[in-house]
Write a protein of this length. Structure first.
Length: 285
C-alpha cells in the first residue's frame, strides 16, 4: 500500500512539472515559448536575417494586398518563418505570412500567405468598419463584464505576437469567410484600399449578410490561478450574448478557461474549460 501511495505522489509531481513546463498564467503570457512544428532551426536563421524578413513581408502585403503592415513577431516553421503582422490604420486586422527558408537561406522573393487567410482577415476588418457601433457595444459589454466577474482576456502582446486572426481584441477574434457577404469584398478592397468607414457602409448597404459564416469567438480566462471556470459567470455571458440585440451579426462561440494558457500553442487549457460552440453556437441576425 505504501509503495502505491509513493507511486501516485510521484505521478502527481510529474504531472505538475509537465503542467509548469507547458502552461503559464494568461496575464504573464506574451507569446514566449510559442512554436511551430519543426521550426527550431529556421527560428535562428530568421532572427539572424530579421531586417530582410521584415522588409520582404511589408513589401508582400503592400504589393499583394495594398496594405501597410507592422511586423510583430517571427516564428520558425518547418519550411521557413511565419511572420505575424498588424495592419496600419483601417481596416484593422492581424494576419501572418510565410517567408521560405531553403538551404539555410531566406527566400525573400517568394513570400506566401496561407490560402484565403489574409483575405479572411481583411474581410473581418471591413466587417468591423461596417458594424462599428455594434462591435463597440460588444467591446463595452465585455469590459464591464471583466470588471464585474474575476475574468480576463489574453494580453495585448499575445494578441499581437501570435494572434494573426483577423479582426480581434484581447477578448475575442473573428473569422469572416467568403460566404458571409454576398459581394466580393476583397476585389472591392483591392480596387479601393483607402475607402473610409462611410464609403464601406454605403458600398455594402444592399449586400446580403449571412451571420452563420461570420464567426465570433469570445475567449476569456479566470483571473486567479488554480481556479476552475466560474459557471455563474459563463452562464451570464452566454445569456447576455444570446439576448442582446445590438451586437454584431454573427455565429458566436463562447469559451471560459481556467487561468492557464499553453506556452507552445497560445491556447487555453481544454481540460479546464466551459464552452458553447458548434453545433450549439449562438447565431445573431
Amino acid at each position: 500500500m505504501e509503495n502505491d501511495h509513493q507511486g501516485t505522489s510521484s505521478t502527481k509531481k510529474e504531472q505538475e512539472k509537465h503542467y509548469e513546463n507547458n502552461f503559464i498564467s494568461v496575464q504573464k503570457y506574451t507569446g514566449q515559448g510559442y512554436s511551430l512544428d519543426g521550426g527550431e532551426e529556421n527560428d535562428k536563421i530568421a532572427e539572424a536575417h530579421r531586417a530582410e524578413v521584415v522588409k520582404a513581408t511589408e513589401q508582400f502585403f503592400l504589393k499583394k494586398y495594398k496594405t501597410k503592415v507592422k511586423v510583430h513577431n517571427l516564428v520558425g516553421n518547418k519550411y521557413g518563418v511565419t511572420v505575424f503582422v498588424e495592419s496600419i490604420g483601417e481596416p484593422h486586422f492581424y494576419a501572418h505570412a510565410v517567408v521560405p527558408i531553403n538551404d539555410q537561406k531566406v527566400d525573400t522573393d517568394n513570400v506566401i500567405s496561407e490560402k484565403g487567410k489574409v483575405e479572411e482577415a481583411i474581410r473581418g476588418g471591413i466587417y468591423a468598419m461596417v458594424y462599428d457601433r455594434e462591435f463597440q457595444n460588444l467591446d463595452d459589454y465585455l469590459k464591464r463584464f471583466t470588471k464585474k466577474y474575476p475574468v480576463v482576456g489574453v494580453t495585448k502582446e499575445a494578441e499581437e505576437n501570435i494572434g494573426g486572426r483577423g479582426f480581434s481584441t484581447v477578448f475575442y477574434y473573428t473569422t469572416i469567410i467568403d460566404d458571409a457577404i454576398s459581394v466580393n469584398v476583397i476585389r472591392m478592397y483591392l480596387e479601393h484600399p483607402d475607402w473610409t468607414k462611410s464609403e464601406w457602409k454605403k458600398a455594402l448597404k444592399n449586400a446580403k449578410i449571412d451571420p452563420q459564416y461570420a464567426y465570433v469567438a469570445v475567449q476569456l480566462f479566470m483571473k486567479t490561478p488554480d481556479t476552475n471556470p466560474d459557471k455563474k459567470a459563463f452562464q451570464q455571458l452566454v445569456s447576455v450574448i444570446d439576448k442582446m440585440k445590438d451586437f454584431p451579426p454573427g455565429s458566436y462561440s463562447i469559451y471560459l478557461h481556467d487561468n492557464q494558457i499553453g506556452k507552445r500553442t497560445g491556447r487555453g487549457n481544454q481540460k479546464h474549460m466551459l464552452g458553447r460552440s458548434v453545433p450549439h453556437e449562438i447565431i445573431k441576425y
